[in-house]
Design a binder for this molecule. Structure first.
Ligand code: ZN
Ligand code: ZN
Length: 136
């Protein structure tokens, strides 16, 4: 709990449960996933509480909001710059912590000072790929 001390939010048990769920979570859960997981322990918690907490955490830079899934916003507690490998079938998202040397051509970049990038790789995870083969 010490680690959440500086987060600048009033730490209610519900919020702590949300933070605990997110801590080290690599599933890139949606607000709905988080709500479902945390409401097991806090059945009276409203979806709005989850949503507002996520919004505050995002504003303060503790989590990143991902727009990789058009159907729903997903959240990433890993705010270190990284890339994503996305299964288009089961929507699982894997983190890729690697640097790719991507240079924008001068005529594209102009005076823009590029400080980062986020690459999304799409495809089929091994599980979905196997299922796909079976169907054919
Ligand atoms: Zn998959
Ligand atoms: Zn990620």
């Amino acid at each position: 709990m010490q680690k959440y001390k500086d987060i600048g939010l009033k730490l209610t048990p519900q919020r702590l449960a949300i933070l605990d769920f997110l801590d080290g979570n690599m599933d890139h859960p949606s607000a709905d996933d988080i709500y479902k997981a945390v409401s097991v322990r806090y059945p009276t918690m409203s979806f709005a509480t989850v949503y507002n907490t996520l919004d505050s955490l995002r504003e303060k830079g503790y989590i990143t909001e991902l727009t990789i899934d058009p159907a729903k916003k997903r959240f990433d507690p890993c705010t270190k710059m990284h890339h994503h490998l996305i299964c288009t079938s089961c929507k699982r998202v894997h983190d890729i912590h690697a640097d790719f040397l991507l240079e924008l051509p001068e005529q594209v970049k102009g005076d823009f000072r590029v400080t980062g990038n986020h690459i999304e790789f799409y495809g089929l995870c091994p599980t979905c790929d196997k299922g796909h083969e079976r169907r054919i």
